[in-house]
Design a protein around this ligand. Structure first.
Ligand SMILES: [Cu+2]
Length: 251
């Protein structure tokens, strides 16, 4: 109750729908991959839990040691088929989880060359600096300061239906780059060399123009909660106009 009432104050909580497993509506093709992995995982875990609980209740109700009989019920030690079952069933379950997780992580961490837009994200105490490079032009960075409304934070403008690569860097402490509508966040850890793949990830934006909230998801100091920003998804035409109005340097 406290959690629900406390979070209701923030205006940047995306609408979470039961039909999407309480996740926000995704705005990248990757966010849909994550949503299916998450929903598949908890449905499978819930189903496993139900089977286990039913078996426990069944054993408690119908296989108790009765007061009248002093001897132990039949024991199943060294029963090969049952022991095989105990071993194989969990192994199969873990393998299924592992397969889907590994398959989707691979897809989410892929960094194919030549993204349409590159964004260097610098997280600092307590805001963000976004430097966008598109068609060989690097725009003047957008720098923010701590704010209490995400719409007043630094704005990252991105085109729809395009592949965007993010490169995360921090000069001070660990932050976490989180756009809830991406269904994804990644820690921004100081000291990771620029050549490291762990700093980068790519998304393909969907055709959903709007302004979306972003925040820091790692407690990083006194103004952590005001480390808000926003992502504005725009059509290609609008993006081209935006690029033209920005000063920048050709590379
Ligand atoms: Cu932070």
């Amino acid at each position: 109750m406290l959690l629900a009432s406390a979070t209701a104050c923030a205006n940047d909580i995306p609408k979470a729908d039961w039909s999407r497993g309480l996740l926000p509506e995704g705005i990248t093709s990757q966010s849909d991959t994550i949503a299916s992995l998450w929903n598949g995982a908890w449905i499978a875990a819930l189903a496993t839990g139900v089977v286990v609980i039913v078996l426990i209740v069944w054993a408690c109700l119908f296989h108790r040691k009765s007061r009248a009989k002093a001897e132990l019920p039949p024991q199943v030690r060294y029963n090969l088929p049952i022991e095989m079952l105990y071993t194989l069933v969990p192994l199969v379950m873990v393998s299924v989880f592992f397969f889907f997780t590994a398959r989707d992580s691979r897809a989410l961490e892929a960094l194919p060359p030549n993204p349409d837009v590159k964004v260097k994200v610098e997280a600092f105490q307590w805001s963000w600096r976004f430097t966008t490079t598109v068609n060989g032009k690097t725009l003047q960075p957008v720098v923010g300061k701590p704010v209490s409304d995400y719409r007043e934070g630094p704005q990252l403008v991105l085109p729809v239906n395009k592949r965007v690569e993010f490169d995360l860097e921090s000069p001070d402490v660990i932050h976490s780059f989180w756009i809830p509508a991406f269904n994804f966040k990644r820690d921004v850890i100081p000291g990771i060399p620029e050549t490291s793949k762990g700093r980068k990830f790519q998304v393909t934006t969907l055709n959903k123009p709007n302004v979306y909230a972003g925040r820091c998801a790692e407690l990083c100091g006194v103004d952590h909660s005001r480390m808000l920003f926003n992502v504005k998804l725009v059509t290609q035409d609008e993006f081209d106009r935006y690029i033209a109005t920005q000063t920048g340097s050709a590379q």
